[in-house]
Write a protein that binds this ligand. Structure first.
Ligand code: FAD
Ligand code: DLZ
Ligand code: SF4
Length: 514
């Protein structure tokens, strides 16, 4: 018996279940750069380059370790340009009658690759679970079953118990599960600036891929160069060590801060490496835990960081596969407006949006609060169609794969799942952005103006959102106060706010810059 063993672009881990199951002597590992994957979203050029370079290096590593690998480059003349096509072609060449894979992280590919009609010769298809996560889907489903509301915090505690991370026997280290009340300090200017993430000069493999991506995807949104991402496990480990040494200490404090001239602040910039398989999530958490034990980082930073990985990251994955393939099409608030051009770099007078988008264009990166409270908040307030918002996020960030992106966008950010991920929508007026960033002082709008031409768009749209969804949210205990504030407002003022918001929304629909 011989098999073809698929390794996808986000499965670049030596401990991948399919590789552990496979036989080095008889099986053929198949890896392929294909158009179907490179174009299902208009990916940022840096994201494509990162994955292709990391795939090439991982294939070279497997060959060094004694595997037989059939690697298809994007410009190979025989490339069939789909994963199923390449598996079928390689199976034919190798005389294989079985396909072995670790289940892909997306319904689209999972369904396509488990369909026997996708292949010519192989008859047996084996999809193994992806064991690179703390929780199995069965565990997540069992945890979720019967609960009225799924809350990350309780699931996270189980993951702490399961991994033993920051545990003192049965108790959480420091006597609390969550130290968030010590976190989230506002942006204070210069003292926040950090050295930034590790940067790696492109080697020959990376340069070859950069030339290919430049040639093949010339009009995708995003700057390909300068390219500095890690592209193999050793480099990613260096990036992890650098983060733990230099920025973990202040991760908690400045987790929510935003600065015009610092895209990364104390964030790890490791998500792209973890998601592609270059770093193991537990290895990352253990490195952070060790920094706490050695007195190099405080508990609020380390607990907050570990929670993002064994809490949020695991939780959103569980939701994605529990909710099913239609999740990305949900639109609970019936938002239908088109995504404005400003998301693709079109003109805007909003300094915060311009900063978040321009940073996204240059780095294929924005940190959580920029994604949630700037670009996400604006899309939600402005009633943008969540499917379009989802497609944008899936395309522009180097760490974006549907299993993690969709629950964050459709669920957390756009409330389009009607409250599966979050109990209330993440919306705010300009005051929040002003408190957490230095954007407003350079903006054409005034964050303190609540009505009129200079009024910050977040200020008027915030009320418009609350009012147009009053029936849904008024009884939410965490939102009732806002409706009471609105009801106490002078009636003329309320009318002006809503009519200013209508004008703004009309301008957006007419594709006029706001
Ligand atoms: P840090 O802020 O340093 O956090 C450390 C790690 O925690 C991250 O590397 C990541 O592995 C994990 N993490 C943190 N928050 C989350 C979260 N909400 N969900 C899952 N993992 C989390 N993350 C993605 O990996 N891919 C996406 O496509 C993605 N899209 C997002 C879209 C929106 C609208 C929002 C609000 C969040 C999204 N996130 C996504 C979550 C988070 O913003 C990124 O994981 C994070 O910004 C990556 O940068 P970092 O490595 O510097 O993370
Ligand atoms: C994102 C991506 C891109 C751009 N290109 C490839 C590719 O050419 N070959 C490949 O195997 N994987 C690629 N990927 C990652 C897949 O899209 C990813 O494995 C699925 O979306 C499942 O998460
Ligand atoms: Fe953004 Fe409003 Fe501040 Fe301008 S004033 S930067 S639009 S929050």
């Amino acid at each position: 018996m011989s098999r073809v063993v698929l390794v996808l672009g986000d499965q670049l881990s030596p401990n991948l279940s399919a590789l552990i199951e496979a036989d080095k002597d008889t099986d053929l590992v198949v890896m392929a750069e294909v158009r179907a994957e490179a174009t299902y979203a208009p990916h940022h050029p840096k994201k494509i380059a990162f994955l292709f370079a990391a795939m090439r290096k991982f294939a070279a590593r497997l060959i060094r370790e004694g595997w037989q690998v059939a690697y298809t480059r994007l410009d190979d003349p025989d490339n069939t340009h789909s994963i199923a096509g390449e598996l079928a072609r390689r199976a034919d060449q190798h005389g294989a009658n079985e396909v072995l894979m670790t289940e892909p992280g997306e319904w689209r590919l999972r369904d396509a690759l488990s369909d026997p009609d996708s292949y010519k010769t192989p008859t047996k298809i084996i999809q193994l679970s992806d064991t690179r996560f703390v929780a199995t889907q069965t565990e997540f489903d069992a945890w979720a079953e019967g609960r009225k509301q799924l809350r990350m915090e309780y699931f996270y505690r189980d993951m702490r118990r399961k991994t033993g991370l920051l545990m003192d026997g049965e108790k959480p280290v420091g006597g609390q599960w969550n130290f968030d009340h010590d976190n989230r300090k506002p942006a204070k200017g210069k003292d926040l600036f950090q050295e930034g993430p590790s940067r790696f000069a492109p080697d020959d493999t990376v340069n070859e891929v950069l030339d290919l991506v430049e040639r093949e995807f010339p009009s995708n949104f995003g700057a390909l160069r300068p390219f500095w991402f890690a592209t193999d496990a050793d480099q990613a480990r260096q990036a992890l060590d650098h983060f733990v040494d230099q920025r973990l200490e202040t991760f908690g404090d400045y987790q929510d801060a935003m600065l015009q001239d610092d895209a990364f602040l104390s964030h790890a910039v490791l998500g792209l490496y973890i998601n592609a398989g270059l770093l193991d999530p537990l290895e990352v958490c253990q490195a952070a835990e060790k920094a706490y034990e050695n007195g190099k980082a405080p508990i609020n930073a380390v607990e907050g960081f570990i929670r993002q990985i064994i809490g949020w990251r695991e939780f959103v994955r569980g939701i994605y596969f529990r909710e099913g393939p239609d999740y990305t099409r949900r639109n609970a608030l019936n938002h239908q407006r088109k995504l404005p051009d400003m998301y693709w770099g079109g003109e805007t007078r909003m300094a915060c949006m311009a900063a978040a988008v321009s940073q996204t264009r240059s780095e294929a990166y924005a940190h959580h609060i920029q994604r949630l409270m700037v670009t996400g908040n604006f899309a939600l307030l402005a009633g943008i169609n969540p499917a379009e918002v989802h497609e944008w996020y899936l395309a522009v960030y180097a760490d974006a794969y549907e299993w993690v992106e969709a629950p964050n966008v459709i669920g957390m950010s756009q409330f389009a799942d009607g409250g599966v991920v979050g109990s209330k929508p993440y919306v705010s007026s300009g005051a929040y952005i002003n408190r957490m960033s230095d954007y407003c002082k350079g903006c054409a709008y005034s964050v303190s103006a609540k009505t009129g031409e200079k009024a910050c768009p977040f200020n008027v749209l915030y009320w418009h959102f609350l009012i147009r969804h009053r029936a849904r949210f008024e009884s939410n205990p965490r939102m009732g106060q806002m409706y009471r504030t609105w009801d106490k407002m002078d009636e003329n003022r309320r009318e002006t706010v809503l009519s200013d918001a209508d004008t703004l929304l009309r301008n957006l629909s007419d594709n006029k810059p706001v």
